[in-house]
Design a protein around this ligand. Sequence first.
Ligand SMILES: *Cc1c(COP(=O)(O)O)cnc(C)c1O
Length: 346
Amino acid sequence: MNFDDLAPRTRAVAAGRPDEPGQPLNTPLVPASTFLAGAGFKYAREDGTPTWLALEETVGAIEGGHAIAFASGIATAAAVLDLLDVGAEVAVPVYSYAGTRGLLDHAAAKGRLKVRRVEPSDQAGWLAAAREADVVWVESPTNPTLDLIDIAGLTGHRARVVVDNTFATPLGQQPLALGADIVVHSATKLIGGHSDLLLGLTIAADEGVAQELRDARTRGGATPGALEAWLALRGLRTLPVRLAEQSRTAALLAPRLGEHPAVTKVRYPGQGTMIAFDLADAGAADKLCASLRLIRHATSLGGVESIVERRAMWPGDAHVPAGLVRFSVGLEDPEDLWRDLSQALT
Ligand SMILES: *Cc1c(COP(=O)(O)O)cnc(C)c1O
């Protein structure tokens, strides 16, 4: 089927399905390591499985490229870095997902890669990196400070543009259409949507690059589980409604937080399901997390349940303001969420 004329939300529902008469409507969960010899699939780590392929086809159709599924978001990032020569330079936002920065710092400490840190708002710095470095690793919006970086402005220069699209989701932003080369996702978050799996996805504009990434998966062995791939595809089918509804609630709550006297700053890019807000200090933020009743105190994000976390509690996020609370807005009634926030802020 040709998806070119279909909206991204339609692709999320319609792509990646069997289309021969008599086949199941949905690709079933296929727990298989090996396949009968002679045609098609041989060994799952190399060729994938029907379950992975259905997920890959669907995400690829939405993002407009060739998708490969990995064991986790970080496994995806590791595979993208695995394509680089020793000594390659990677530019990364100063404030961005700590796990990715940890991966880069480790590679730099071992002498494998050079890392350049750029303030998300430093447009000249990003442009210089796009002209001089080998890779610009863009995260937009960034985790957890929700800064935005101009993706289109960085494409067409020397550096390969890699975009961590986890916060925006494939429906909120399609970086390949903006000229980026590679997209990575932690499908653990909004794509899975139910906080019950770990999975990563990468989508490359170029089939040759996609094959290199598939080879990196075969070499490194960071393959997704059958159940996880099946659950992630099931989650992706309802992403359009979850994203719309959770974003609507976030848009309602962000200004209310901004007006609350205990909140010193709200970080909200105007759309999406994530809000971050600053309280006076670490103590105030910890107290808030402990006082919430409906909103759960846990790490991670993107599920149907609302979650908060004081991000600076993690060692890798030491640069994040001590009182910053990251708020992943779920599917609960917005007024129930606001009542819980108000009582905890007081
Ligand atoms: C969680 C996250 C990752 C890492 O994904 P895992 O699935 O936990 O390995 C990468 N990037 C961002 C923006 C994330 O939020």
